[in-house]
Design a protein. Structure first.
Length: 194
């Protein structure tokens, strides 16, 4: 899994007024929790761009006041109108402690059902994965090489190595459905046969 380095500065004052002043100067209030105590700090807003505005999930090496901690983004709040980041929460990671993270799904291969005129429908774009930080995948690879029209890949069909997928086993990840054009072609073919 990719790692992004971000540095922050510790906050002395914690409160709404202090947070508002930070945002006014282009910084984002943040909290690191999961360790012995919560750490309140501030990050320059542009430093979060590669972490927030990407479909990928990344680990973060947080440097706060000279001390580096490995973490993952846990929660983020945006302004409802301006879409500016208002607040961000990080969860501290430990080598021997499993963590659950939503990981993107990456489809691989070519579906014979799509070649026949079917329509590929991806129901889940992310899956909940539980693993140690070192075993966390960058994405969950799902092969669509065997997908014909009317078939689907469910969570139970995936074979994860070194991690556990905690979604409901019956959930459909991706399927190939009959497209309107294929239905019409089949109906016309059946009328011609009669």
């Amino acid at each position: 899994m990719n790692t992004i380095a971000i540095s922050g500065s510790p906050r002395e004052n914690v409160g709404k007024r202090d947070a508002k002043e930070l945002r006014y100067t282009g910084k984002v209030p943040a909290v690191l929790y999961g360790g012995k105590e919560q750490i309140h700090f501030a990050i320059d807003a542009p430093a979060l761009r590669d972490l927030v505005y990407t479909p990928e999930v990344n680990l973060v090496d947080l440097e706060i006041g000279g001390k580096t901690t490995q973490a993952i983004m846990q929660d983020i709040q945006f302004h409802p109108l301006t879409e500016k980041i208002l607040h961000i929460d990080f969860l501290q990671l430990f080598d021997k402690k499993e963590v659950t993270i939503e990981i993107p799904v990456k489809l691989t291969g070519t579906s014979p059902g799509v070649k026949e005129g079917g329509k590929l429908v991806q129901k889940l774009r992310k899956l909940k994965v539980k693993a140690l930080p070192k075993d966390m995948p960058q994405y969950v690879e799902v092969s669509i090489d065997d997908l014909t029209v009317g078939k689907s890949v469910r969570v139970r069909d995936l074979k994860p190595k070194g991690y556990l997928i905690t979604n409901v086993q019956e959930d459909t990840v991706v399927s190939v459905i009959m497209s309107r054009a294929l239905k019409q072609a089949e109906q016309q073919a059946s009328v011609v046969k009669k």
